[in-house]
Design a protein. Structure first.
Length: 107
């Protein structure tokens, strides 16, 4: 089953899921290695609670961007050549194009 709602949107962003996973795993590791007693509750259960809390917190603090109406990728500015560098023109493509081995050399 896919982790999507009825409308087809994901419940969590990847950032929120990974943050929750990392926080939950850190808590479980800390509780296990430090041998901390959590009133006879399994460390994994505490880790799952921390996982859910952190994932929801990250999801609320960093919501996913709204989809564009056109469905296009976000606009990226055009790179300009460095000062003093020339932009490649049609001569650059001709110089790098492979030659036809069947043609005889002109001379």
């Amino acid at each position: 089953m896919s982790p999507r709602t009825r409308r087809g949107r994901r419940l969590l962003t990847a950032r929120a899921a990974l943050a929750g996973l990392a926080a939950g795993e850190a808590v479980v590791t800390w509780l296990t290695l430090a041998e901390i007693d959590v009133r006879h509750v399994n460390a994994g259960l505490v880790g799952v609670a921390v996982n859910v809390a952190v994932a929801l917190l990250v999801q609320l603090l960093f919501p996913r961007p709204a989809p564009s109406r056109t469905g296009d990728r976000p606009w990226v500015p055009h790179r300009t050549p460095a000062p003093g560098a020339s932009a490649p023109g049609p001569h650059a493509a001709a110089a790098t194009a492979p030659r036809n081995p069947d043609e005889s050399p002109r001379g």
